[in-house]
Design a protein around this ligand. Structure first.
Ligand code: CTP
Ligand code: MN
Ligand code: MN
Ligand code: MN
Length: 335
């Protein structure tokens, strides 16, 4: 006796950088739970577990319609036992008990509040929690010494934890554009990060700055920062000399986090691709390059380990071509 069943299964390539993922998500209930567990793992410095949950969520985001049964998931990549348990729980009971209990836990709540302070990472938050500091008031009363970033972060806590809208981003774009062309005529500025991917809100605004003539961009970052400061836009700045990157809070009607990246024109395409995100998309591009092509991709260059040469590119399209990947536009990198 034979029995036959026909099920429609989804087919999804295994690297997120091989998939088109728009902002339209048909499985938000599932991916929200997995994202929460990923965040909790990341905040607990369990990066591997975090990535596993992020990859599982990314597969579900790429599906063309809501998942209704576990059988539809057969053959899909990146769904480990743990993620499958979470999905099953939601499909059967409407919610994930693990995600719910994590969300309610004192530790998770404290980690969220403390890492919500600009300049406070998982390590610092964990140390404070072990010292019994679970919230902002306890932190202030504890007499802990805070560095300058953290002081600014605490002072502007509410502003910096309020999402940045596209309208905010447009206003800031104009200001940064003015700064850039004032200090170096001919310099060009591009919106990167989530807003380039078409997101309507974000936690900051990201810009990439270059000049069409190689070398003219040298020393540009401190000049832009000084200009913003002289105009009264700057609350706090941290510049990493090495990466020519600056994080600043700008005082407008509210404080907003801004990331500035300066790149020489020869590296522009790599910087553009590397800073547009999403974070998982970037991670997957680098994994694809290394594991499938024996190449090393960064936001500066692409190196072919076999031929031992740097591969040049003047556009994102060329980089995808070097990697043997179909071009995915920014709006479809929302993994
Ligand atoms: N990035 C990076 N190194 C960092 C921080 C960020 O390379 N230390 C890259 C990320 O990989 C991402 C891009 O910069 O591709 C933007 O990062 P971020 O602003 O954190 O994320 P968004 O996607 O813009 O999300 P949001 O809207 O929340 O800002
Ligand atoms: Mn951003
Ligand atoms: Mn770098
Ligand atoms: Mn950023």
């Amino acid at each position: 006796q034979t029995s036959e069943a026909e099920v429609v299964v989804f087919s999804v390539p295994s690297y997120a950088c091989q998939r088109r993922t728009t902002l339209e998500n048909h499985n938000a209930v599932l991916t929200d739970a997995l994202a929460l567990l990923a965040e909790n793992a990341e905040l607990s410095e369990e990066e591997g577990r975090g990535v596993a949950f992020r990859r599982a969520a990314a597969v579900l985001k790429a599906l063309p319609r809501p998942v209704t049964s576990m059988t539809e998931l057969r053959g899909l990549p990146c769904l480990g036992d743990h993620s499958l348990r979470v999905i099953k729980d939601i499909l059967e009971n409407g919610a994930s008990s693990e995600a719910e209990s994590t969300k309610q836990s004192e530790r998770y709540k404290a980690l969220k509040v403390l890492t919500g302070i600009f300049g406070v990472g998982a390590k610092t938050a964990d140390r404070w929690i072990r010292e019994g500091i679970l919230g902002l008031q306890q932190l202030q009363e504890s007499g802990q010494t805070l560095n300058r970033a953290q002081q600014a972060g605490l002072e502007h806590y509410d502003d910096l934890n309020q999402p940045v809208t596209k309208a905010d981003a447009d206003v800031i774009s104009e200001i940064v554009e003015r700064a850039v062309v004032s200090v170096l005529p001919g310099a060009q500025m591009t919106l990167i990060g989530g807003f380039r991917r078409g997101k309507l809100s974000g936690h900051d605004v990201d810009f990439l700055i270059t000049h069409p003539e190689e070398g003219r961009e040298v020393g540009l970052m401190p000049k832009v920062v000084s200009w913003l400061e002289s105009q009264g836009f700057l609350l706090y700045q941290k510049t990493t000399r090495n990466s020519e990157r600056s994080r600043s809070g700008h005082k407008l009607w509210r404080a907003v986090r801004v990331d500035l990246v300066v790149s020489p024109i020869s590296q522009f395409a790599f910087a553009l691709l590397g800073w547009t995100g999403s974070k998982l998309f970037e991670r997957e591009l680098r994994r694809w390059a290394g594991h499938e092509r024996n190449m090393s991709l960064s936001s500066h260059a692409l190196y072919d380990n076999k031929q031992r040469i740097y591969l040049r590119a003047t556009s994102e399209e060329e980089i995808f071509a070097h990697l043997g990947l179909e071009f995915i536009p920014p709006s479809e990198r929302n993994t």
